[in-house]
Design a protein around this ligand. Structure first.
Ligand SMILES: [Zn+2]
Length: 384
């Protein structure tokens, strides 16, 4: 398992280019008796690996990630996620001893860009699972994970070029429309859900100061506490874009650049088991609500299967995710310690789920009941 994580770390392949990383994990799983299907969900670097122990029993999923970041390499520690998922699967399959259970490992690429799990979830690949689990290295130990729903858009305004000094009245300024959209988003803030975030950039704003820009392109990511509230933010964003276009007589077009990320719903009963296993390994979890969070593609899995996405600390708070110091931890002894803890806790949680039908019934009940688990943000939250 350590060798796997070291080799993934050295490969540092980017999203959707993780060919060698994916092959490495598949080879490991085949050696441990798993049947592997490559190219799951139409993604060449995704895979699904299954191993049945005994007849019948629950179907339990482990999720592997293995993409790296440009320049920074494995600064999100996905080398540890891939190795832990495959290692825990092999370990649990061995310890199941007659089962019965089916262990399914999902190779989920491109967590950092398009969210591979969202694509696999859309294709129905998680259907029939009784539980789905993974771990993510972090700067704290935490089992109650929350994340924001997120959807990214490109907006293009089309106007008309003209000499910006000699005959500006003959032009239609597309950049002015884009700037009006930025201003409108600021004004909208108080009427949107409190946790909503709508950061944007200007990707294209004209070519020369003496030409009225006939094309302006902005990129925005819209985030909110859950998909329902995200839909409200999206409607407000579209309306503001149309109004901005109208205000100068430009045309506007919106294009979604990814599939919507759903908010993470942590399954309470499964999280409690993982927490007990972490405690048995000498770790203490932080159970206070999460602050300053982003979005996860595991959120979409958690909408269809009882799921957990716990954090295991491998670095101090001063070495945050997506930084060089975190990458050093992910490739060093701290990462290996975290890997061992995570793989043990994942395998133990999986074994307990396989042997205790009541636990999975409880997990299913909590999943159906819905609602935020402890640690999740509550309420509609307007800042007005
Ligand atoms: Zn990550």
């Amino acid at each position: 398992m350590e060798r796997l994580s070291r080799r993934l770390f050295a490969l540092r392949e980017l999203s959707l280019q993780e060919h060698a990383s994916s092959a490495l994990l598949q080879q490991f799983l085949r050696r441990h008796g798993f049947r592997v299907t490559r190219g799951a969900g139409g993604l060449p670097t995704a895979f699904v690996a299954r191993r049945k122990v005994g007849r019948g029993g629950p179907r339990l999923g482990l999720l592997a990630e293995y993409d790296a970041l440009p320049d920074l390499g494995h600064a999100c520690g996905h080398n540890l996620i891939g190795a832990a998922a495959c290692g825990a699967a092999a370990l649990a399959a061995r310890l199941l001893d007659g089962g019965p259970a089916e262990i399914v490992v999902y190779g989920t690429p491109a967590e950092e860009t398009i969210g591979g799990k969202i694509v696999l979830a859309r294709r129905g690949l998680f259907r029939g699972l009784d539980a789905a689990m993974m771990f993510h290295p972090s700067t704290e130990d935490r089992v109650y994970m929350t994340s924001l729903a997120c959807h990214s858009f490109e907006v293009e305004f089309r106007g008309r070029a003209a000499h910006a000094v000699a005959s500006p009245e003959k032009g239609i300024n597309a950049l002015a429309a884009l700037l009006a959209l930025f201003a409108a988003m600021e004004r909208l803030r108080p009427s949107l859900p409190q946790e909503a975030r709508m950061p944007g950039i200007i990707a294209e704003g004209g070519r020369r100061p003496n030409i009225v820009p006939d094309r302006a392109v902005g990129r925005f990511t819209l985030r909110a506490g859950d998909l329902r509230r995200l839909a409200r933010v999206r409607r407000a964003f579209f309306a503001a874009g149309r109004a901005a276009a109208q205000s100068v007589g430009a045309r506007v077009r919106f294009r979604a650049v990814d599939l919507p990320y759903a908010e993470m719903r942590t399954n309470g009963p499964l999280a409690e088991i993982f927490k007990e296993e972490l405690q048995a390994l000498g770790r203490r979890t932080v159970d206070t609500p999460r602050r300053g969070m982003g979005s996860l593609d595991m959120g979409n899995v958690s909408q269809v299967v009882p799921s957990i996405h716990p954090f295991v600390a491998i670095a101090p708070k001063s070495a945050p995710l997506h930084s060089r110091p975190f990458a050093r931890r992910a490739g060093g002894p701290a990462g290996r310690r975290g890997l061992e803890i995570a793989a043990r806790a994942l395998a133990a949680t999986l074994l307990r789920a396989a042997r205790d039908p009541e636990l999975l019934r409880e997990a299913r009940r909590a999943f159906r009941a819905g609602g935020p688990p402890s640690g999740a943000p509550r309420g509609e939250g307007r800042s007005r």
